[in-house]
Design a protein around this ligand. Structure first.
Ligand SMILES: Cc1ncc(COP(=O)(O)OP(=O)(O)O)c(N)n1
Ligand SMILES: Cc1ncsc1CCOP(=O)(O)O
Ligand SMILES: [Mg+2]
Length: 355
């Protein structure tokens, strides 16, 4: 390599080494301070050390001698996307991207100087891909939990008579203030369910609405839904959790305070509480009623959704029982104007002075 090329390689390595350090730090700080991810921050730190050890084969003096920040034409080129980050997770995503790219750049140019050091960087790059994937999953999981915590209005829908109708239903509900959607349909075949679950999840995700699959943890996972809802006669909570993992949500139906306490012990992220009133969607011989809603509101800390026959005429009774989260089918399915109805429900639930 001639002298000019050598200098250029050192300059690239110097700039990329700085970039990778900054990128790794940006990502590591989030894992450490925002997510309290002990193992993950330790792994990112170890990667940082692995990279600096590999780069120690380059004499620091020659890297510094090659540095020419003022003469770097790249410092004047800045994209609009670099100036603005719309959220902290945008910062983390940019850090992940910058780190991966810089590791690749270092690996390639280092091959011209020291093949062993380049191979170590390659290992660090693969290690980083795994760590950053775990980080993104952890971020997604926390995001789901906090959205479930904030959720007030939960709508249960069936698969519809065709895909277009289902899409339209999901879109309307997502745009009307619904926070969580559940695909609950016992008459469609698995192929239909999985196709609907995929479409529903995709639409809901764009609107920051959670999409939950009823009964079927396998389909929830396969369709990348946000979670699964299971009843007392279906998969036990811990089994549903084993299938969907800790990144997704598990909801459990409960009909008594003992079941609610057990659901919390089983790791439920939220519970359904009911049936509160007679329902047009499902028939019952017994009702947990408002008394149960009161018990849950007083004793259970995880998000609890009252369900069963809730409509605009009895909503006040649910709220007076201490509950500001409801799950509905008929009240949104059979109304004349879904957007107006959902908006009224949401407004009332939001203005109830309850957590
Ligand atoms: C939010 C929510 N709560 C309760 C239920 C009822 O579940 P389950 O008792 O398993 O009855 P089916 O819905 O499976 O008929 C629910 N689906 N969602
Ligand atoms: C699935 C289910 N579980 C308890 S009540 C109920 C039906 C909810 O629908 P609706 O709001 O129409 O009563
Ligand atoms: Mg069920």
């Amino acid at each position: 390599m001639n002298k000019n090329s050598e200098q250029a390689v050192l300059r690239i390595l110097d700039a990329s080494a700085n970039r990778v350090g900054e990128g790794l730090r940006t990502v590591e700080e989030w894992a450490r301070f925002a997510l309290d991810g002990e193992a993950l921050s330790a792994e990112l730190k170890a990667i940082r050390h692995q990279v600096s050890t590999a780069l120690a084969v380059l004499p620091r003096t020659s890297l510094l001698a090659a540095r020419d920040t003022l003469g770097d034409v790249g410092t004047k080129i800045s994209q609009d996307t670099e100036r603005v980050r719309d959220s902290a997770s945008g910062v983390v995503a940019a850090g992940i991207s910058r780190t991966g790219q810089s590791l690749r750049v270092i690996e390639e140019y280092l091959k011209t100087i020291n093949a062993d050091a380049a191979a170590t960087i390659e290992q660090a790059r693969y290690r980083f891909y795994t760590a950053s994937a775990n980080l993104e999953l952890l971020i997604a999981a926390q995001d789901r939990q906090s959205r479930m915590q904030d959720a007030r209005l939960y709508a249960l829908i069936d698969a519809g008579t065709n895909e277009a109708e289902f899409q339209a239903t999901v879109t309307t509900l997502c745009e009307s203030g619904v926070d969580v959607l559940q695909l609950r349909d016992s008459s469609s075949d698995d192929r239909t369910l999985i196709a609907r679950a995929r479409i529903g999840t995709e639409i809901a995700r764009k609107c920051s609405v959670l999409f939950i699959m009823n009964d079927r943890a396998d389909l929830a996972l396969a369709a990348d839904c946000d979670g699964v809802h299971v009843g007392q006669e279906e998969l036990p909570g811990p089994v549903a959790r084993k299938i969907v993992g800790h990144d997704r949500i598990v909801g459990i139906s409960t009909h008594s305070i003992d079941q609610a306490i057990q659901a919390v012990a089983d790791g439920a992220d939220y519970i359904g509480c009911g049936p509160v009133f007679p329902s047009r969607t499902k028939s019952f011989d017994e009702f947990a009623g408002l008394e149960y809603v009161r018990e849950v509101s007083a004793q259970i800390q995880i998000p609890s959704f009252a369900i069963g026959g809730i409509n605009e005429s009895n909503l006040d009774q649910v709220i007076k029982s201490g509950c500001c989260r409801i799950a509905l089918t008929a009240a949104l399915r059979d109304c004349e104007d879904v957007t107006a109805t959902a908006t009224r429900f949401k407004k009332k639930l939001m203005s109830a002075n309850l957590k």
